[in-house]
Write a protein that binds this ligand. Structure first.
Ligand SMILES: NC(=O)C1=CN([C@@H]2O[C@H](COP(=O)(O)OP(=O)(O)OC[C@H]3O[C@@H](n4cnc5c(N)ncnc54)[C@H](OP(=O)(O)O)[C@@H]3O)[C@@H](O)[C@H]2O)C=CC1
Ligand SMILES: O=C(O)C1=N[C@H](C(=O)O)C[C@H](O)C1
Length: 269
């Protein structure tokens, strides 16, 4: 039988952290939740805080470094925010803990720094912009369609508590599409905006439009246009449970990886 994997979660009081705690606890004894951090719930009992019987006795900490001084862990799952994620991942690596990063917002400089530390300490980092299998397929289908269509725009739609725009998924999609072909055509060459931002943000030569509304969870539509036809590739996460099979897979596989790996597709069977 495989040895149990001990897991720590940062951002456990947030929307994704709560769902991840429940998913990890449900995978016992193969996965063991050994610690959780969130300044918002510092000192609270995890089970009581989340209303779960299984998590009783795990006291939520306010600081990852302090937690790892007293707890031996194999994997960190981070669902915090763009300000906290880099520091958490670096702390985990220094303790020999492999980070699974769901938080969006790391830039190329951050990733280069993580790559350097990962190589030095010999512990892998897995960064996953979207853990939902359907979203991974939506991005892959969009990459494929970009081989044939020159005109494409991305619309991503999220709940109104999301602080970053565009989404990490939209950025990854744009990078995958841009990797297929260098030049795109979007709109009229002489178009102008009467309202700033009306044509969305430009990234990798593509237009990305970000919608934020209560009622939404996480949705993205990649729209390709050609003479007389439209191809829409759309994915909807209707509940955060959609991300959990991917999160559990990432926890199980991250320690078999080397360096910094980006995207759930890299670990799919
Ligand atoms: N990869 C994927 O599939 C998905 C990724 N995400 C991403 O995950 C991230 C979190 O999303 P979501 O759960 O909705 O956000 P929430 O705001 O609901 O949760 C984030 C939590 O992290 C806490 N936090 C802040 N700083 C730290 C720290 N240093 N250590 C530990 N906890 C900290 C926050 O506390 P406080 O509020 O007090 O700051 C908050 O409780 C976002 O970047 C989002 O884009 C979301 C869904 C899916
Ligand atoms: O904040 C969210 O909710 C989500 N964030 C990720 C992103 O920015 O792409 C993944 C998913 O879209 C949900």
């Amino acid at each position: 039988m495989d040895k149990e994997i001990s897991v720590v979660i940062t951002g456990v009081a947030g929307k994704m952290g709560r769902e991840t705690a429940k998913a990890v606890l449900a995978e016992a004894p193969a996965l063991k939740l050994v610690g959780a951090v969130d300044p918002r719930a510092d000192g609270k009992d995890l089970g009581d805080y989340l209303g779960l019987a299984e998590g009783r006795g795990i006291i939520i900490g306010g600081d990852l470094n302090r937690l790892l001084q007293g707890v031996k862990a194999d994997v960190l799952v981070d669902f915090t925010n763009p300000q906290a994620v880099l520091s958490n991942a670096k702390t985990a690596l220094e303790y020999g803990v492999a980070p699974v990063i769901g938080t969006t917002g790391l830039d190329e400089v951050d990733i280069a720094e993580l790559r350097e530390i990962s190589e030095r300490v010999g512990v892998a980092v897995l960064i996953v912009p979207n853990f939902a299998l359907g979203a991974v397929l939506m991005m892959e289908f969009a990459r494929r369609a970009a081989q044939y269509f020159r005109h494409v725009e991305i619309i991503e739609m999220h709940h109104d508590q999301k602080i970053d725009a565009p989404s990490g998924t939209a950025i990854k999609t744009a990078q995958m599409i841009a990797g297929e072909r260098g030049s795109f055509k979007q709109g009229h060459p002489e178009e102008y905006e009467k309202v700033p931002g009306a044509r969305g943000g430009e990234f990798e030569g593509l237009r990305i439009h970000s919608v934020r509304l209560p009622g939404l969870v996480a949705h993205q539509q990649v729209i390709f246009g050609g003479p007389g036809q439209i191809l829409s590739i759309r994915h909807d996460s209707l509940h955060r449970e959609s991300f959990m099979p991917g999160v559990i897979m990432a926890i199980r596989k991250v320690r078999d990886l080397r360096g910094v790996v980006i995207g759930l597709e890299k670990i799919l069977d």
